[in-house]
Design a protein around this ligand. Structure first.
Ligand code: SF4
Length: 426
């Protein structure tokens, strides 16, 4: 495969992007060279997302932009979630070949022209970027069947990765300079329930905490239905588990949660948040919310706004409902007009932004342990760093004037000067 090259565009959530990093590693292992630009390559590979209509449209747009480079002889390949959900070659005929996220061997055979077998999913060859954090996928698929979600159709049922396989990857990442592991899955809270010995998330984190070089473990996507006070106690008793939790609740109105089939009512959500605050009042909480779900009345939305104002999540992501084919919610009545859903989204966003700013302001004057992540993309002699309160890529960072000897992956104690500025006295 010498002299063959490829350009790789990684779209979608961190889980999908981690699949993409594994594919890049496998391609490099075959002797292909990854190019930084799509202009003159043999293959243009797009790792696609298909989570909702907007994601599919974005994927289509990106592929259409890349289509023009086919004139230079490249073959255009789509991989990932989109081909798992529907026939992407019908939607975009310029795509020469499409492979689902679990068809890596088929992709490798296609680019090499040879039958490539025995590509073990446990073989670690992922490409590690020059950053001090990495996403660590602990399971795939989902059994929850929330009524609006097509992920189980795309990714299949829940499958925890064996502990040893996760540990092996964590060691590999640590050897490659990773200091922070960000644990991701469609639902991290139910980890281990389907495998021998039923090691739970806390058990996994205890073992990951023993991997030399790893200093921070961060838990994302913990479904509240599968969290318990006991699991939270065990998790936050582990020093290396950041006092941070991403717990997507989607809504707080009982009517909405039931129509969404979230298997978790408002009482449980409130109980978990109270318990988290008891463990540590400074725990940083992130959630995701959905507005405009069928049947969402003014009162339901008001209950959600009140709850957000009262709970003061540190970080919040929101989106408006869009109907997905073959999901239970597709046929629900009482659709919310798109304009009204948009207005609610804006209102929610304004409130959430206000709270996030207050929370960020409250950090001013505090000394925090920060992880230096990269040189500032704006340049000017600054570095970017995050505290335990900020997940990479989504929760912001602090800019710090660069000092001699400062390096990526270093932990420092810095004084928070402003919502996005910190200072480090050597
Ligand atoms: S928990 Fe619900 S929303 Fe999340 S992936 Fe599973 S079915 Fe989809």
């Amino acid at each position: 495969m010498a002299n063959k090259s490829y350009y790789f565009l990684n779209l979608g959530c961190p889980k999908n992007q981690t699949d993409g990093d594994n594919i890049r590693g496998a391609l490099n292992g075959l002797g292909l060279t990854e190019a930084e630009s799509p202009e003159i390559v043999d293959y243009i590979i797009v790792n696609t997302c298909a989570f909702i209509e907007d994601a599919r449209l974005e994927t289509q747009g990106e592929i259409r932009e890349l289509e023009e480079y086919k004139k230079n002889g490249a073959r255009l390949i789509a991989v990932g979630c989109y081909p798992a959900l529907s026939d992407i070659r019908k939607d975009i005929p310029a795509v020469d070949a499409a492979f689902r996220f679990n068809q890596v061997e088929e992709l490798l055979s296609y680019v090499s022209g040879d039958k490539i077998g025995c590509h073990s999913p446990d073989q670690i060859n992922r490409v590690v970027e020059d950053l001090p954090y990495a996403y660590l996928v602990i399971s795939d698929g989902c059994d929850n069947r929330c009524s609006y979600c097509s992920i189980p159709m795309i990714r299949g049922g829940y499958r925890s990765r064996p502990v040893m396989s996760i540990l092996k990857e964590a060691e590999y990442l640590a050897k490659n300079g990773i200091k922070e592991l960000v644990l991701v899955a469609q639902d991290t809270a139910i980890y281990g329930n389907d495998i021998q010995g039923k090691p739970d998330l806390a058990c996994l984190c205890r073992m990951l905490a023993g991997v030399g070089g790893i200093e921070w473990l961060r838990i994302m996507y913990a479904h509240p239905a599968h969290l318990s006070e006991d699991l939270l106690d065990k998790l936050f008793a582990i020093d290396k588990v950041c006092r941070y939790l991403d717990m997507p609740i989607q809504h707080i109105s009982p009517n909405m949660l039931s129509r969404m089939k979230r298997q978790c009512g408002p009482a449980k959500i409130k109980q978990l948040i109270n318990h988290l605050r008891k463990i540590d009042n400074d725990i940083s909480l992130r959630t995701t919310l959905m507005v405009g779900f069928p049947g969402e009345a003014d009162d339901d939305f008001k209950a959600l706004l009140d709850f957000i104002e009262e709970t003061k999540f540190d970080h919040l992501g929101a989106f408006t409902y869009s109907p997905e084919a073959n999901t239970a919610a597709e046929d629900l009545d009482n659709r919310v007009e798109p304009e009204l859903a948009g207005e609610r989204y804006e209102m929610l966003y304004d409130v959430a932004e206000d709270i996030s700013s207050q929370k960020a302001e409250a950090q001013k004057g505090i000394r925090q342990k920060l992880l230096i992540e990269r040189e500032s993309l704006e340049g000017g002699g600054y570095m970017e760093a995050r505290s335990y309160r900020q997940a990479p890529e989504i929760d912001g960072f602090y800019r710090i004037p660069e000092k001699r000897g400062m390096k990526i992956g270093q932990f420092i104690e810095a004084l928070i000067k402003d919502v996005d500025q910190a200072e480090y006295e050597v």
